[in-house]
Design a protein around this ligand. Structure first.
Ligand SMILES: Cc1cc2nc3c(=O)[nH]c(=O)nc-3n(C[C@H](O)[C@H](O)[C@H](O)COP(=O)(O)OP(=O)(O)OC[C@H]3O[C@@H](n4cnc5c(N)ncnc54)[C@H](O)[C@@H]3O)c2cc1C
Length: 459
């Protein structure tokens, strides 16, 4: 049965119950089904996809937030291959980002065909938005960052901004270079971000391998890229998917687990809990994770997207980043063959923007794009709207590593997944997929080591 809410009474599902149908839950369910285990996926919303979902608006399918991935997202890209949707994305052959500053010609940050980390040297050396002294300091900063160990607990106690200041990076270089990447990747400015997570982003994403940072983007709405394709695959693998099925509680039994939904219960031999940290803390049985009351310390950071639909094309750039401007990253999301141009301004670390009225946000971004693209000054905007995600990611600040739980819990057969868990990665699609696969492996191992008669008795 795919796609239905669970109607009472449904009991004795057995097998593994995956709770939460974001990328972590989807990845876990696929891995478990591949291992031949019976899987039931329970998702509270009407569709899978979690933070990567799309809305219908006046005949348009609009993502609630522009998503990009990098070539180094190996687990995520493997998932797309499995879902059969890799072909619905564009992956740059070579990392290349036009950086815009009002009144200046675009500066291209691009990698060269050189081994890492030399592949970025020409781009940094020629980055005219910084003075020659700032560029030299930036090269030295990148070199020093290569020796920062993201896995050392002490690294996570420090802010990236603090480290940058100690390594000769001035405030202008931070605004015009380092924040360009950090705000987008960690959803916090350098000053507030964990050094450990920033080092992971810069090392794994840009410095350790030449092609790691090539940027990928969906060509189709996220709902088609992930949710629809995941449903199709899970169906084929024989997994049961129930949407509109909010889990209210999980209780350990002698061997397996009982899971409470509105008006019904499900039994499972094992559980993967793949929900955001706030929901996980409320659902996880206390015996499984004594640290759960601390998880709220991971906090949340918002992302806002401002959509501007122009009557005509205002730029030939399909993606750009802006500095010294209220715009951050700009994406062309025009449907092929459609009139005009649909630009999306993605605003990360949007603590101020999240509460601002839509009309104000639209006015600010219209002006910002007019300052960046001369054609936008006189081109009418046919439609404009805003999407907001107040809890887009956890707040990836210093000290948060201590609150990111591992996949295994103290209760065999119950594992945790989600981009917030301790994957070593920031809160990203890659982290989500890795966490789901790791949690699936934990419960599969637990089930394999459980005497068969216990599993039978639990049903
Ligand atoms: C606007 C925005 C832009 C982003 N941009 C990027 C980007 O460019 N690149 C990138 O890599 N990452 C990006 N991210 C982060 C990325 O989307 C997340 O890290 C990832 O999707 C999280 O997946 P998850 O499965 O861990 O959690 P979620 O996607 O949050 O999934 C959890 C699921 O659990 C369900 N659930 C919750 N409670 C219950 C319950 N009680 N019972 C049943 N189901 C429940 C939820 O409905 C949800 O579907 C962005 C996020 C946002 C919001």
């Amino acid at each position: 049965m795919t796609g239905a809410a669970i109607t009472p009474p449904v009991t004795g599902a057995g097998g593994v119950c995956v709770i939460g149908g974001g990328l972590a839950g989807i990845a876990a369910a696929i891995r478990l089904a591949d291992l031949g285990l019976p899987v039931t996926l329970l998702e509270s919303r009407p569709e899978l996809g979690g933070a990567t979902y799309s809305l219908r608006r006046d005949g348009l399918t609009v993502d609630t937030g522009q998503h990009v991935f990098l070539r180094c997202y190996t687990a995520y890209r493997g998932l797309l291959d499995r879902l059969g949707t890799s072909g619905d994305t564009d992956l740059q052959e070579r990392f290349s980002v036009p950086v815009l500053l009002p009144g200046r010609a675009p500066q291209l940050l691009t990698r060269r065909a050189l081994p890492a980390p030399a592949h970025l040297l020409p781009a940094l050396a020629g980055y005219r938005l910084l003075s020659p002294a700032e560029r030299l300091a930036a090269v030295r900063g990148c070199a020093a960052l290569q020796y920062v160990d993201p896995d050392l607990p002490a690294t996570d106690e420090r802010s990236f901004g603090d480290w940058l200041a100690d390594h000769g990076q001035g405030t202008r270089a931070i605004r015009r270079l380092w924040d360009l990447i950090t705000v987008a990747a960690l959803n916090l400015p350098c000053a507030q971000a964990s050094l450990a997570l920033a080092a992971r982003v810069f090392r794994t994403g840009l410095l350790d391998a030449a092609d790691a940072g090539d940027i990928g983007r969906p060509r189709v709405p996220l709902v088609d890229l992930h949710a629809v394709a995941a449903r199709r695959l899970l169906d084929r693998l024989g997994a049961r998917v129930h949407v509109r099925s909010r889990v209210r509680w999980i209780r350990p039994g002698l061997v397996g687990f009982r899971i409470g939904l509105d008006g019904t219960e499900v039994e499972a031999d094992a559980v993967v809990l793949a929900v955001p940290h706030q929901a996980a803390a409320a659902l996880v049985p206390p015996a499984a994770a004594p640290t759960a009351p601390q998880w709220h310390r991971l906090g949340a950071a918002p992302i806002v997207n401002v959509h501007l639909r122009y009557a005509d094309r205002v730029t030939e750039l399909s993606m750009a980043a802006a500095v010294e401007s209220p715009a951050q990253w700009i994406f062309d999301r025009s449907e092929s063959g459609a009139d005009g141009q649909h630009l999306v301004v993605s605003l990360s670390a949007a603590d101020l923007e999240i509460e601002r009225p839509a009309a104000e946000l639209v006015a600010v971004q219209r002006q910002a794009l007019a300052d960046l693209f001369p054609a936008a000054r006189h081109t009418p905007v046919r439609d404009a709207f805003v999407t907001r995600e107040p809890k887009a990611t956890f707040r990836q600040a210093p000290g948060t590593r201590a609150y990111r739980s591992g996949s295994a819990t103290r209760l065999p057969g119950l594992a945790l997944a989600g981009a917030w868990t301790d994957t070593g990665w920031p809160d990203t699609m890659e982290g989500a997929v890795r966490s789901g696969q790791a949690a699936a492996d934990v419960v599969a191992r637990d089930l394999a080591s459980r005497p068969r008669h216990q599993t039978e008795a639990a049903r």
